[in-house]
Design a protein around this ligand. Structure first.
Ligand code: GLC
Length: 738
């Protein structure tokens, strides 16, 4: 009955329309996309056009910020899009059937949802995926997410989030791939291809969804890590740090972009003409559409960029925000703005054109409905789980391994004390933005240890403490440790402390976890600390009191199975940090890609603390050692049209096979237009290397691309002069000539 009432309340284009048959020549799929768009656009009424610019929502999600006061329904003039939070394909088809059959022109809606790192099969959070340095796994994972999403009726995911995160106080660093623009660009492309396919034609496939690059742009620079706050971004940094991943995503064919909440140096992103029109449309020729973030149009009033809702609507649309997410402002105000001459219909037409274009490209006019599969055939297929497990395995970052405590030897370890709030935290393993992930599908470390090793090893489980509650009683935990050969301490942050609207003023380990690890150390038994977290944390105490320490992030559905494989050496860890871990929160920002200071103080950067972060970009150990040697170039002089072949030999000098990610950085010590970072990642590749094996790893350097840098106008420059190339512990120099 509820659905029926909702459907009845569903109006299209803001008006109840009859289902009178009209000619629909645009449904001829042999016509070009452009012709189909123009045929339809020219017969649409103003109300019908404005309806396309509106996104309503159906169902509720868990984000406390997104649950409106009134029961959300799809009844407010929806015809453009539905933010679809249900997981019923039947309901989705019913909503779509109403729109298509009961409306005058039968324009299908596009159904969007936040599928950030999986729909039902939950993959590691994106910050963990970045740490794998394996974009192919992200591409495959996004393809799985797309397949599962289509099974519930989603056509469009609000992903990948490609904001550069320099400040771990900001809760949303978990959703991005880290602090580096190049790495984030590579993962942006992988995600877009995973979601949409490798070609424009692939997007029509019933197992592909439209991608959405977000949040455009500079959201990660929120002042003080405070979500939703002002971002002061000089134009040169905008082009150097924040925009490259978007350019890469657009060039990879992403069909939608989401505007951001933040005010960018005085012009909020959701009404920022320079970004949304000059850069995106005029320079990059982006032909998709921009959807606002949740109510970011009406929020322009809060930011003082509009005096009222009408002005907010006008400014956002004119700047280039084509679709209004859920605040209903476009539906309520655009028609009057046109009638009183403030808003030319041509502006509306252009936004409608972009939205229709993507609907045709997605194939929604040709196939408005999704196939309804039996529940048992939709999700969590074994191959999906296997992929999620591999992604988790490759995301773990081993930061300490004193006396090579890890991997554990199953023939020697007789008793394990498994302690801490993360050991059996099924809900937590999925992290934030979990699509329709269900904790009951998660394999926790406790479950995996008991299942796989319980017959050979005694597992003593004592939670010991919560993530955040204070306690001083560690009796049970210490008793367990006393009986064990090794203690595995599962520490970190509750997953609810990560994500949107989850900024912190400190990044200390909450609760009494530091006290617990200190007490455990005193038992004299070896301790392996695992950190479940969506952000860098202050880990001084954990480092001091642990023999091994590994960042596990939020590893997703296969968490426990991935962890046991790495803990017992079935696979060596291969993750590296893509975001720096400050030793003290006061060091923030402390990312690696910094500009050189005018001088280095002999006492360091602080009189009361360390200069360097505790761990930096690229840190990560494994169960063997790699030696870099014989860095050589096929030429050492280059103009902007030169391709240089750089090669380095990497040798596994240890006893265990492992994967090594080879990171190539440059340093431009002198640039004519503006300063350059002390080092910049420009290439990486990951290889499996057996013990004793040596391999050659190459980097084909297109000098004009790799050595150029943007100025404040976004113009790229290639200077004459030396460029340093660094890989591993080796360094060489290339002379650039005009
Ligand atoms: C949220 C987020 C955005 C998300 C959108 C829809 O507030 O900022 O990332 O896609 O609303 O849920």
């Amino acid at each position: 009955m509820k659905l029926k009432m909702t459907l009845l309340g569903l109006v299209v284009g803001g008006i109840l329309t009859t289902a009178a048959e009209v000619e629909k020549p645009w449904l001829d799929s042999t016509l070009t996309e452009g012709d189909r768009v123009e045929m339809l656009l020219k017969v649409m009424t103003l109300k019908e056009k404005i309806g396309q610019l509106n996104q309503s929502h159906f169902g509720r999600n868990s984000n406390p910020n997104n649950v409106t006061s009134t029961p959300p329904d799809a009844g407010k003039g929806v015809s453009g899009s539905i933010l679809y939070m249900s997981e019923s394909p039947e309901t989705r088809n019913a909503l779509q059937r109403h729109l298509v059959t009961k409306s005058r022109l039968g324009i299908p809606a596009i159904f969007g949802y936040d599928v950030i790192h999986g729909l039902k099969t939950i993959f590691p959070v994106p910050l963990a995926q970045g740490a794998s340095f394996n974009p192919a796994l992200t591409k495959s994972g996004c393809a799985v997410a797309a397949e599962e999403s289509c099974k519930v009726g989603i056509d469009w995911t609000f992903s990948p989030m490609i904001d550069i995160g320099h400040d771990p106080r900001w809760g949303r660093v978990v959703e991005g791939y880290g602090e580096d623009p190049w790495l984030t660009s590579v993962f942006a492309v992988a995600a877009v291809q995973g979601y949409q396919g490798d070609s424009r034609a692939d997007l029509k496939r019933p197992d592909k969804v439209a991608a959405c690059l977000k949040h455009f742009a500079g959201y990660g620079a929120s002042e003080g890590g405070r979500d939703y706050h002002y971002t002061s971004i000089p134009l040169q940094e905008l082009f150097d740090i924040y925009l490259p991943p978007y350019k890469a995503g657009v060039d990879a064919g992403a069909v939608t972009i989401m505007s951001a909440f933040n005010d960018i140096s005085g012009a909020p992103a959701s009404a920022n003409n320079f970004l949304e029109t000059e850069v995106l449309r005029n320079r990059w020729k982006f032909d998709g559409f921009i959807v606002s973030d949740w109510a970011s149009v009406v929020q322009l009033i809060n930011q003082g960029f509009a005096k009222d809702a009408a002005e907010a609507s006008e400014r956002a649309l004119k700047a280039g925000t084509d679709m209004d997410m859920v605040d209903g402002l476009y539906i309520a105000h655009l028609e009057k703005l046109v009638e009183n001459g403030q808003l030319p219909v041509s502006v509306i037409d252009e936004s409608v054109r972009r939205i229709l274009r993507i609907k045709f490209r997605k194939g929604l006019f040709d196939n408005p409905y999704v196939t309804v599969y039996p529940e048992t055939e939709r999700f969590l297929k074994p191959e999906y789980r296997a992929l999620a497990k591999q992604s988790a395995i490759e995301s773990f970052v081993l930061l300490e391994n004193k006396n090579e405590l890890l991997p554990l030897d199953v023939t020697k370890v007789k008793t394990i004390a498994l302690v801490g709030p993360g050991a059996d935290d099924d809900d937590g393993m999925n992290g934030s933005w979990v699509g329709h992930g269900n904790p009951k599908d998660v394999i926790t470390l406790k479950a995996a240890l008991e299942k796989q090793y319980g017959s050979r090893i005694k597992i003593i489980y004592e939670k010991g403490c919560d993530y955040t509650a204070k306690t001083t009683d560690f009796t049970k935990v210490l008793n367990a440790a006393e009986q064990a050969d090794v203690t595995i301490a599962c520490l970190g942050e509750p997953h609810s402390w990560s994500g949107e609207n989850r900024s912190r003023s400190g990044i200390y380990l909450p609760g009494s976890q530091n006290e617990m690890i200190t007490a455990l150390k005193k038992t004299g038994k070896p301790v392996v600390s695992l950190l479940f977290t969506g952000r860098p944390l202050e880990l001084r105490t954990v480092k001091e009191n642990s023999d091994a320490m590994m960042i596990a992030w939020y590893p997703g559905t296969e968490a426990g199975n991935a962890l046991t494989d790495v803990l017992f050496g079935v696979e060596s860890p291969s993750g590296k940090l893509t975001i720096s871990f400050p030793e003290y929160v006061g060091q923030i920002p402390v990312h690696y890609r910094r500009r050189p200071p005018s001088r280095h103080s002999p006492i360091g950067d602080y009189i009361d603390g360390p200069t360097k972060p505790l761990y930096t970009f690229g840190d990560g150990k494994t169960y063997t050692e790699f030696k870099y040697s014989n860095l050589r170039l096929d030429r050492t002089v280059a103009d902007k049209n030169t391709t240089i072949k750089a090669t380095v030999t990497v040798t596994n000098t240890g006893k265990k096979a492992a994967k090594e990610t080879v990171l190539w950085f440059i340093n431009d010590p002198y640039a004519t237009h503006n300063t350059r970072p002390i080092k910049e990642l420009k290439h990486f590749s990951k290889s499996f290397i057996k013990p004793g094996e040596s391999i050659d790893v190459t980097f084909e350097i297109n000098a004009g691309t790799v050595f150029s840098y943007p100025d404040a106008d976004g113009k790229m420059h290639f200077d004459a002069g030396d460029i340093h190339l660094m890989v591993g512990n080796l360094k060489t120099k290339i002379e650039c000539v005009e």
